[in-house]
Design a protein around this ligand. Sequence first.
Ligand SMILES: *Cc1c(COP(=O)(O)O)cnc(C)c1O
Length: 384
Amino acid sequence: MRFDTKLVHEGQRTRFGHGDVIPPIHVAVTFDPSAQDPARYYYARGESPTREDLETCLAALEDVRFALAFSSGQAAGAAVLSLLEPGARVVASDDVYGGTYGLFELCRRRGVDVRQVDLSDVDGTAAALSGGVNLVWVETPTNPLMKVADIGAISAAAHRAGAIVVVDNTFASPALQQPLAAGADVSLHSTTKFIAGHSDVLGGALVLDDPTLHGRLLEHRTVVGGVPGAFDCYLVHRGLKTLSLRVARQVANARAAVEVLTASPLVAAVHYPGLPHHPQFELAARQMSAPGSMVSFEYLGDVAELLRRTELFAAAVSLGGVRSLIECPASMSHRPVPREVRARAGIADNLVRLSFGIEDPADLVEDLCAAMAAASYAEGSATR
Ligand SMILES: *Cc1c(COP(=O)(O)O)cnc(C)c1O
């Protein structure tokens, strides 16, 4: 089966001989093993049919054996980082999701050495990997600057250094980027974003092919209990079926807006891997089937005013849903990241991040242009 067919057909077991075309939501949390042949289900913190359906589909989308669904992307990330003992070394992207930065801080408190470097810089990355590393955490494209790291090259170097490689694939989704095929060990998703796609359910997932690693992560999840319930799994899986359709429109919308943003005198810099002047344009073209639908730019007017003026773009964090969103990383998504760390990573206070939904591109462009013009006027008239 090809990718778009798997989205619809994988993990669609029906169990009761009713001919359902969609599996029922299986709500039992405890199961009588003697009534099963073979015994498979015992207690839903460990295994649960509706969760398994979702996991079957997520694993198939990246052509591997295992997927583990979690109650959030953060729970999935925490499970991976729980593999590390005090004294372990992590090398990670410098420009990561704000919550991931929080997870790294928790690791540092328990004696794990987390070094954040610019993984799009090949030489700097090689230097950081020398001297023994246990885990490499790659976010690509990065949030919010859309830097692109070479998953294949980093994975090869990390494996030589003895590390496992985790790629946070949330921004691209498996529709646009396949980290495991490129050589990574674990693909991490906040399924809250593109995979579920409707901003109405939290979830996370780890996708991988190594049975030993899978066993350790499953043990962690079963003991700690960061599992999603049956209804949440159903919602994520329902959203997943339209992933390719949504992402195609989202990318088209992003491209339409990027064209306008790059031509605007109100914009200083546009960060989008689909722009020929993006520093990793060629790598992105090789590694991703499209440049995605996340865009950030430095706005020369009043950012707070811009966020108030857009009507179709809701001023909210998160991304990947059917509705377009606008936010300011410095004051919203990346506020937990200390100012000097943000400055070092190049996240300016006037950086604006857009997540494109599936609306009509002309409406989105009009809304953005009208809001930018109005907010720049507000800025120009301010007495400072
Ligand atoms: C949202 C997000 C996460 C965390 O996921 P939650 O589902 O919010 O816990 C991790 N990484 C990236 C890139 C994200 O956008």
